[in-house]
Design a protein around this ligand. Sequence first.
Ligand SMILES: Cc1cc2nc3c(=O)[nH]c(=O)nc-3n(C[C@H](O)[C@H](O)[C@H](O)COP(=O)(O)OP(=O)(O)OC[C@H]3O[C@@H](n4cnc5c(N)ncnc54)[C@H](O)[C@@H]3O)c2cc1C
Length: 449
Amino acid sequence: MHRVVDSPQGKYDVAILGGGFAGATASRQLTRAGLRVLIIEARDRLAGRMWSQPAYFDGHAVEWGGAFMLDRPSYPLTWKEIDEHDLRLDWGSLAKTKLIWLSDGQRRVGPMPVPLDELVSFERLLLRISELASRIDPIQPIEDQDVADLDVPWPSLLEGLALGPHTRELFSTHIVTLAGDPWDVPSALPLLHTIAKSGSVSAATFFAAPYDTPMARTLGPQLADGTGALHDAVMSGSDADVLLGTEVVAVEDTGADVRVTTSTATLTVEAVVCALPIGVLSGVRFSPGLSPELNTLASQGVAGQAEKVTVFVSNCPEPFYAHGIPPGGGFATASTTFHDGDRAIVVGFTSEAGIVDLDDVGAVQNSLRQYVPDITVDAVAWHDWAGDQYSRGTWSYLRPGQSTLRPKARQRQGRITFAGSDFDARLGVEGALHTGGLAAEEVLGILGR
Ligand SMILES: Cc1cc2nc3c(=O)[nH]c(=O)nc-3n(C[C@H](O)[C@H](O)[C@H](O)COP(=O)(O)OP(=O)(O)OC[C@H]3O[C@@H](n4cnc5c(N)ncnc54)[C@H](O)[C@@H]3O)c2cc1C
């Protein structure tokens, strides 16, 4: 069982920098191999960008960061943990969901995302996406495939399609929700890969909305006991010591060992797993310096900058899923994840960072009222992950060119290995679990185990 310590307790074989899911996975694997491991975490808690807090408002929990467990084919390692630890799932309200679409200044309700006169344009979009996705082998790693021409932003792939304004706006909004950035920033490749794996455009995009509980359908379920339960499950298999509230400032690989300097001390270990977000790497002094690939990635940072917001509301007579571009900007997607009577919890993603003053309940209410006119906001929960000095970004979505850069950027440098979802084409927690395992294997190799 891991234990939280006030200071390093004797000599450790391995230091793990960062106690998110990547660090936790690596620590479990390394302590199971019999190594003495110290996790050094800057915050006063573990789990990094997945942070659940029980009974935040009116008895309801809040997930400040990552929360949705994607489908089994995309998230095999995550689902293995969920199954093995018997974690309970929350698929949201099972009541019929009202679908609300907002595009070209027009609000529409019903299963059809676009007005009827854009049906042909909408079908053209689906067909083009299917054709592009069919070029991707769902089994092979994306970086090994000859698909560089798909590693570009979406607008260039849809040129010449003459999409109607509603079709274009709604699809661009979908990309904004997925990537947390305007649709001309991220690469089209991750979504095309997801579509190839799921086998259909509608299963992998917001077009799944005509089904009930669309947030769960499009993004996956949440964990009923919070993502903290998943992190606890991983850590339950780790015997590491954990040092909280301790920032790593420098890492020096001498060739014979590694010296890790924190805000309070320097310790010497045989090897290091660096499981820090890429956005913070340039704030840590590495000697020798980072590889050119990793330097590029660290300076580019994570693509996603838009905000996720959890809103506790009343005057909400039915569960809803809303999607679009409100005039002047607002929530690109907003969906009830819980509904009871006229009270609900709405999870929203802004169409652009800073577009809504999320500390202003009135501003959030005005934004939501573009979709549900009488809704009343009782409380708002959000965290500024882009401004947070220990994350400097939200979830890691690929920019063009990063799918080939990332595997090289993660390559071990001497006695230092790298882990974290920001290094992986698999999104979110799955990428963290995957790379945490890879980095642990590499450390075992370095130590000759
Ligand atoms: C708003 C939001 C929504 C998301 N939605 C989803 C979702 O629905 N599904 C999904 O799968 N994923 C989602 N994600 C992404 C997911 O949360 C992350 O991919 C995953 O948690 C990253 O894990 P990690 O271990 O790689 O990094 P992190 O969780 O960031 O862990 C890195 C750790 O390093 C620590 N650290 C940083 N600097 C230092 C330092 N100098 N010294 C010591 N420690 C340091 C940090 O405090 C942190 O604990 C979301 C993320 C955000 C922010």
